[in-house]
Design a protein around this ligand. Structure first.
Ligand code: PMP
Length: 387
């Protein structure tokens, strides 16, 4: 065990075996999400009898696994997604990596995979990124996506905590998540549910994602790009694809009532808030205790300018800081919202902008929502997107 009492591997013990063959790096302006991988990967083996082995950074290669492995049979696996950016100063920065390490530990616990020291894993990832730093694109629209993964590898069909596991990290240079630059069209239909109370929606486990693909294709058939996941009889809005959702609007109570809300909002109110900007909504998850997933959503710094989303997009590669401490111009609330609330706001012209935020897509504006056969259109200052 390390100082924190958690049985873990140690980054300082990492064994490094450099590759002798190197791939050609793809053109950063022409990257398809998650299709190109770097020359090295990190692997760390675990077994119930011997604990964690030394971390190993070696050439990128296929895994060899027993066909009965619980990750293949029962989705006893989890993953993370974070990014390394090259700054204008040529330094490479990871965006809020400890958030991902914490979420990874939560997912590991939920699916019965072994725990580890989050700081040690982060140190290992830094070593890997350092070795692969030439793969971090020198581009304002591309970055290096980091995919830590933890899988059960016990060669048995028993449904139980696996006695063998493998943690690995692979890296992929990525550009825009969506191939089109336009704003998103969403399909909101309550017939499919992504997550539910007591479920695993707040963990990043493969099963959650595999199970969402069917609905995603139905959304495409309906002429929309993404599923807007609803929950419950009142059609609560939860998430979009791999994003948390934000609504920039005048809420149903108008200015005056909103000002009487919670202390957090009061704090923001004390810094002169223009009366016409009443809230940024951020969908909460319905499973688990807290929000579903979401590191990107925690932080956005706002600069002056007419369009909130444009300002957020401009921040793409800059250091971002906590929304609560830096936004003086909006009230920020985290709350539940139903499709009924949103439809009413659209009818009454109270919706200013709507967007998703997530690691892969960064900030992505929503243009329309197909719900009960009607398109709700969100009009805004979008012209910058189609330049
Ligand atoms: N919701 C889901 C379902 C996701 O997969 C993701 C991506 N991890 C998010 C929200 C956004 O989370 P983050 O900002 O940490 O990328």
């Amino acid at each position: 065990t390390n100082g924190s009492g958690v049985a873990s591997f140690k980054a300082a013990e990492t064994v490094i075996e450099l590759a002798s063959m190197f791939k050609e790096k793809p053109d950063p302006s022409n990257l398809v999400f998650g299709t190109a991988f770097t020359d090295h990967m990190l692997t760390i083996e675990w077994s119930a009898s011997d604990g964690w082995q030394k971390p190993h950074i070696g050439p990128f290669k296929n895994l060899s696994m027993h066909p009965a492995s619980s990750s293949l049979q029962y989705a006893v696996e989890l993953f993370e997604g974070l990014k390394a950016y090259r700054g204008v100063d040529n330094n490479i920065r990871l965006f809020r990596p400890l958030n991902n390490m914490e979420r990874m530990l939560r997912s590991a616990c939920r699916v019965g995979l072994p725990s580890f020291d989050k700081e040690e894993l982060l140190e290992c990832i830094k070593k890997l990124v350092e070795i692969e730093k030439a793969w971090v694109p020198d581009s304002s629209s591309a970055s290096l996506y980091i995919r830590p993964t933890l899988i059960g590898t016990e060669p048995s069909l028993g449904i139980k905590k696996p006695s063998q596991a493998l943690l690995y990290v692979i890296l992929s240079p990525v550009g825009s998540y969506f191939s089109t630059r336009s704003f998103l069209s969403l399909w909101a239909d309550p017939k499919y549910t992504r997550a539910w109370r007591g479920g695993t929606g707040d963990c990043k486990m493969g099963g959650n994602y595999g199970a969402s693909i069917y609905a995603q294709y139905e959304a495409l058939e309906m002429g929309c790009q993404q599923v807007l996941w609803l929950y419950g009889d009142n059609h609560q809005i939860t998430e979009v694809g791999t994003m948390n959702l934000f609504l920039y609007w005048i809420n149903e109570n108008g200015d005056d009532r909103q000002r009487k809300r919670s202390a957090k909002i009061e704090t923001l109110r004390s810094r002169s808030i223009p009366s016409h900007l009443v809230g940024v909504y951020l969908a909460r998850n319905i499973s688990g205790k807290g929000p579903v997933l979401g590191s990107a959503r925690d932080s956005r710094r706002v600069q002056n300018g007419p369009c909130l989303i444009r300002r957020l997009k401009e921040l793409n590669r800059r250091v971002m800081v906590d929304l609560e401490v830096c936004w003086g111009e909006f009230k920020v609330t985290e709350r539940y919202l139903t499709m009924g609330d949103l439809t009413a706001a659209l009818k009454e012209n109270r919706v200013k902008e709507m967007f998703g935020a997530g690691t892969a897509c960064i900030v992505c504006p929503v243009g329309c929502i197909l719900y009960k056969g009607d398109y709700g259109r969100i009009e805004s200052d979008w012209t910058y997107l189609v330049q």
